[in-house]
Design a protein around this ligand. Structure first.
Ligand code: GLA
Length: 683
């Protein structure tokens, strides 16, 4: 087990791109950074063209100056390798190293992320620039870590990918016969007689082969990981011992298998941007944080978030400063070792001109910058939370949700029974219900040690391998309570259906046999006997040892089981054969938590708008209270609020939008009541 990521303090700052500004602005930058208590910036992310203006010729003068300026100001830095954005000369010299879309379109420079990950010229150029930076700056005392690349995720279908994909397939399957079998190439005359016939899944006449597509996604993740590992090796070969990370993008798209990547990172970091303007943003922050902490197996780092405006849908929406602060503490509460942003100063030109910065276009005399300064001061006050506990998790959870990138890719297969079944949506709905119930959540990988979790949720994991079936079975036999969503386990890892009734591989464990999947039309919904609302999906379920917890009440399936439970020793396996509406899922999940004795962090906070998260650190337990609701509340319990430097034993008032971080006293029990002191009664 590697040591938990433990920087000397909570990091605060963001991407810093001084190359976009004249030098006189740099001086103001440093002055403002000090005012805001910024201690960490990420430099060089998109600086390849300046750093290496011609192939093999480096011009580090400006970067030397930036590093010296930060050093003088006492500000640490993550140094990025700039390989996400190859310069124009690279395209001209190596046109074959540009990515090719599935439809054969070869991309060119002019944006970013224009590289074919398998192209030897790209890999060599990436290693060279990484090595150059590591030789020059790798021992700098202010270097906090290496930020390799930026959000790996460009998919290439060109000739270099073709060759590398074949190598990957040969290693995985060894013989063409095995590959033909795994991919069911007997269908539509796809049988391969020569390895050279196998190509990436490019645009073709009609539906592509599902197993082919998912293997290509697996290959792309592995290939990008190999490219990352090469850069890390250069950094280490140069003698730099600073922690190495690359920033994951919290998936709205997903090209990485995060568990295997996390094993290779010294710090797991993530970029998180809200995908909604509404109140679900708070649940999204928790989801991002729980996922990243779980990938990391401990403390992690929020590498980017937006200070304010960000594009959601067709417009930019502004995030108020109090919300930005609550979110920042939401990440920290769940294990982030700081709050970093994209980017320090909003760009005056270029493709992301309207993306907010810590310093907005209007400058420091703004509400936005005041909010940034307030956050910097606040992080200073709670800095002691950054010291990891001597043992045990930073957030203690009794409930886990399975996360499997393969599950995501499998459900992207076209022509499944319903196009609306989406992996991330399912996982998120489950997490949202748990978040609303106020309980801490871990995510786990297939095969993880899950014994300490009372409940394990597996949302819609269509394809599972033998090892996963054995793992889930062992979890239940050992007394665990498994909750499985529809369309889980119907197929093996090559998406081949296990015949004889769904969910083939989990029939015995779930004690059911499904004879037919009956998806619903867009406007159809269903009612269940327990009062739940459902839609999208239904199944004809026969009991083979399980008991029904709820039945369908409408249509052909009226009276048939919809939700079942199969007891096995002290454990149980519950199956939900339809899509519960979120309010029904919330109620269902709350009932399960109750039944299995899983309590909210602060039960009295549930439903008040106050999010309560307990982070464990060397100095004890810290209760983060983030008030997203619209009425002030009084929170009372033993401890000391670090934000206001006030004892909490006699109660503190949390205004709407307010936060508290309480170093808890012994035997902490908390009450949350409406506060009338600060709101005059309206008659
Ligand atoms: C990503 C990138 C940044 C920036 C932001 C905002 O997370 O890493 O460079 O583009 O998105 O769009």
């Amino acid at each position: 087990m590697p040591a938990p990521y433990a920087p000397a303090r909570l990091l605060f700052g963001g991407d810093y791109n001084p190359e976009q500004w004249p030098r006189e602005v740099w001086a103001e930058d440093v002055e403002l950074m000090r005012r805001a208590h910024v201690d960490t910036v990420t430099i060089g992310v998109f600086s390849w063209a300046l750093l290496e203006p011609r192939e093999g010729e480096f011009d580090p003068g400006w970067l030397d100056d930036v590093v010296a300026m930060l050093d003088d100001a006492g500000i640490g830095f993550f140094l990025a390798t700039p390989t996400a954005s190859p310069p124009p000369w690279f395209t001209r010299a190596h046109p074959d190293a540009m990515p090719v879309r599935a439809d054969g379109t070869r991309l060119t420079h002019g944006s970013r992320d224009t590289y074919a990950i398998s192209a030897p010229a790209y890999r060599e150029a990436a290693r060279r620039v990484a090595r150059y930076l590591a030789d020059r700056y790798g021992a700098h005392p202010r270097l906090r870590g290496w930020h390799v690349h930026n959000e790996y995720g460009t998919i290439d279908h060109g000739p270099h990918a073709e060759a590398a994909f074949r190598r990957w397939l040969r290693a995985r399957y060894e013989t063409l016969a095995t590959l033909n079998d795994a991919w069911t190439t007997s269908f539509w005359s796809q049988h391969y007689a020569d390895w050279d016939e196998v190509v990436p899944p490019r645009t073709t006449q009609y539906l592509t082969n599902p197993a082919h597509g998912v293997d290509f996604a697996r290959f792309c993740s592995d290939e990008m990981l190999a490219a990352f590992a090469e850069q890390k090796a250069e950094i280490r070969a140069a003698g730099s011992t600073a922690p190495v990370t690359t920033n994951f993008m919290l998936p709205t798209w997903n090209h990485l298998e995060q568990w295997s990547w996390s094993d290779r990172l010294d710090v797991v970091s993530v970029d998180h941007y809200l995908d909604t303007t509404g109140p679900d943003g708070e649940a999204h922050v928790a989801y991002a944080s729980d996922l990243t902490r779980s990938w990391a197996g401990g403390p992690w780092l929020l590498m980017e978030q937006s200070a304010s405006g960000i594009r959601v849908g067709q417009r930019h929406f502004a995030k108020a400063s109090d919300r930005m602060i609550r979110h920042s503490l939401g990440y920290v509460a769940r294990g982030s070792q700081g709050a970093l942003f994209f980017q320090w100063r909003a760009s005056a030109g270029g493709s992301e001109t309207w993306h907010s910065g810590m310093v907005p276009h209007a400058g420091p005399d703004t509400e936005q910058f005041d909010g940034i300064v307030a956050l910097g001061e606040l992080l200073d006050r709670i800095d002691e939370v950054a010291r990891p506990p001597a043992a045990g998790p930073v957030v203690e959870a009794e409930v886990a949700v399975l996360w499997d990138a393969n599950g995501w890719w499998v459900l992207q297969t076209p022509h499944l029974p319903h196009d609306g079944l989406d992996y991330a949506t399912e996982v998120r709905a489950t997490h949202r219900a748990l978040w609303r119930a106020g309980v801490p959540v871990d995510f786990v990988r297939p095969g993880a040690d899950a014994g300490r979790y009372r409940l394990l949720f597996v949302p819609s994991l269509m394809a599972v391998d033998d090892a996963t079936v054995s793992w889930l079975t062992a979890y239940v036999r050992a007394g665990g309570h498994l909750v499985v969503g529809r369309f889980t386990g119907v197929a093996d890892e090559h998406q081949r259906v296990v015949t004889g009734g769904y969910p083939g591989r989990l029939r015995d464990l779930l004690g059911i046999r499904v004879t037919e999947i009956l998806p619903l039309a867009q406007d159809e919904s269903l009612a269940l006997s327990d009062g739940s609302d459902a839609d999208q999906w239904s199944e004809r379920v026969r009991l083979r040892g399980a008991e029904p917890l709820a039945t369908y009440t409408d249509g052909d399936l009226a009276g048939m089981p919809a939700v079942t439970r199969h007891r096995s020793g002290d454990g149980s396996a519950t199956y939900v054969s339809t899509r519960l509406a979120q309010h029904s899922l919330d109620r269902f999940v709350a009932g399960l938590l109750d039944a299995h004795g899983v309590r909210a962090v602060v039960p009295e906070a549930v439903g008040t708008g106050v999010e309560a998260v307990r982070r464990r650190a060397a100095g004890g337990d810290y209760l983060f209270l983030l008030h997203h609701g619209d009425r002030p509340v009084r929170v009372t319990g033993p401890g000391h609020d670090l934000v206001t430097d006030t004892p909490t034993d006699a109660g503190i008032v949390l205004p709407t939008g307010g936060v508290a971080v309480v170093r808890e006293g012994p035997g902490a029990t908390w009450s949350v009541t409406p506060d009338h002191s600060s709101t005059p009664e309206v008659s």
